[in-house]
Design a protein. Structure first.
Length: 181
C-alpha cells in the first residue's frame, strides 16, 4: 500500500480538466496581478502629484523669501530715514531765518542736535561717551595717547570724539586719552 503524502487535487482529473483548472488559476492570478498593478500605478501617480505639489510649494516659499529679502534690503532704511526728516526740517527752518541772532542759532542748534540724537537712539544708534576716570575698554575706546594724570592708570582722561554703537555692534570707537601708569 502506498501512502500519498502530497495530495494532488489533479490526481483523479483528466488532462483537459487539469488544463482548464490551471488556465483558471492563471487567469485568476493574472487578474489579481493586473488589479495590484493598477493599484500601484494609482498610488505612484498620487505620490508623484504630491511630490510635484510639494516641490512647487517649496519653490514658491523660496521665491517669496528672496522677494522679502530684496524688499528688506531696498526699504530697510526707510524707518531710519523717516526719523531724520524732522532734523532736516529744523535745519531748513534755521537756514530760512535771515537775521538770526547768535542766541537763536545756538538754541536752534541745540534743539536740532536733540532731535538728531533722539532719531539715532530710536534706531538703536547709541553714543559711546565714557566719563573721565572710567576704565579704558579697547572694545569701545580707541586710545589716541597716554598722558600723566591724577587718576588710576588705564582710565579715560578725556574724550576727543564720541564713538557710536548700533545694536551692540561698534560703528566707531570713542577716541580717548588714557591715564599713564
Amino acid at each position: 500500500m502506498t501512502e500519498n503524502n502530497n495530495p494532488n487535487p489533479f490526481n483523479d482529473a483528466s488532462p483537459e480538466e487539469v488544463e482548464t483548472a490551471m488556465a483558471a488559476n492563471a487567469s485568476d492570478e493574472l487578474e489579481r496581478l493586473k488589479a495590484e498593478l493598477e493599484e500601484l500605478k494609482a498610488k505612484s501617480s498620487e505620490l508623484a502629484d504630491q511630490y510635484l505639489r510639494a516641490k512647487a510649494e517649496a519653490e514658491n516659499v523660496r521665491r517669496r523669501s528672496e522677494e522679502d529679502v530684496a524688499k528688506a534690503r531696498k526699504f530697510g532704511i526707510e524707518g531710519f530715514a523717516e526719523s531724520l526728516l524732522p532734523v532736516i526740517d529744523s535745519l531748513d527752518a534755521a537756514l530760512a531765518i535771515q537775521n538770526a541772532t547768535p542766541e537763536q542759532l545756538r538754541e536752534g542748534s541745540d534743539a536740532t542736535l536733540r532731535q538728531l540724537t533722539s532719531a539715532l537712539e530710536r534706531n538703536k544708534v547709541l553714543a559711546i561717551n565714557p566719563a573721565a576716570g572710567e576704565k579704558f575698554d579697547p572694545h569701545y575706546h580707541q586710545a589716541i595717547s597716554m598722558v600723566p594724570a591724577e587718576q588710576p592708570a588705564n582710565t579715560v582722561v578725556n574724550v576727543l570724539q564720541k564713538g557710536y554703537v548700533i545694536a551692540d555692534r561698534i560703528l566707531r570707537p570713542a577716541l580717548v586719552t588714557v591715564a599713564q601708569g
